[in-house]
Design a binder for this molecule. Sequence first.
Ligand SMILES: [Zn+2]
Ligand SMILES: [Zn+2]
Length: 343
Amino acid sequence: MTPTMPADHRELISDLSGIVNDHPSTDPEVTLTVLARDAAEALDRVGTPEGLRERTGYTVLLHATCWYVAARVFSKSLSASYTKALDGFRATLDPASCSCPDGSHPTDLDSEYTVEAGVGLLTEAGRAAFAEDYDIDDEELAAYDCDGFLADLADRATASIREAYGRNFGGIDVSHLDAQFLRDGGGIDVVAVQEAIRRTWEDNTGPVALWSARRWLSGQVRDEERLGVFLSMWMGIAQSYGGLPPSYARDLTAAMDTIDLDVTCDHPRHPWHTADATVESRYRAVLHLYAPDDHPNTPVPADLASRDLWECPFQYAELARSAKTDLEGWRVMRGGDEEDWEA
Ligand SMILES: [Zn+2]
Ligand SMILES: [Zn+2]
């Protein structure tokens, strides 16, 4: 008779496969929180054959999904749950006991296959089903239970969660950008800031936005630089489509909170209305503002180009409102508790 895996484990394979493929079909924060909780509960059973099977399965699964916790969910409690379960298993493992022949530990563990392996390994029936589905012999199956193999998985998963915790919730140092963005006299080279935001392949939209926010909050922004720093910060937020972690969002939110939203004006339109249609037109508009001779083309028509229209507090308020909507969207998209996102 073909061995069958419990129905809820079939479902777990499907849910976790969506997550490791970066196309979750469930709320990933919920699914992974349940996984880490179940893993922690299995710790109490490690002294039994059932518990040993679960230790293997959960260690494989926590390792397979840890990149998602590190890069896609910004939740302190989920990170802590992963670390707790992994540390718990790790404390019961003795890598020195490994007597496997060289190269016999399972490899190629970053795929959907790993999810099937991990869920299968949790139970006796699951192991039989996994072995049959993938034509795995007893020796190969036993290698998954090796303390050396599991300790290595646990160590690597823990290291990646710890490293991500610092990146997602800690302080990000962007002081190296001073050398790129500050002129000798201390003024801000807005053109250089814009060029940096455009170099998206350097993955620096977030750092540039954060640098702009810190500069804004430091009060070291001259009157003529205000607009350029503000627009650079706004563009950094608007163009971070996948959302930035709290380590960035905190200062960006604080900077946007300095803008007075309770303002009105009589202008029918403001310059940014004509400039913000595309990333390219935003860029051209700001370059033209700060270096019109070098960059004569701007999407902003002459009748909207006066500096007082650009500086109108109502336009600042409108842009701050849309930035705050984006920042709020990051929380919804990336999860975490409200206080994870606060200073
Ligand atoms: Zn081994
Ligand atoms: Zn106005």
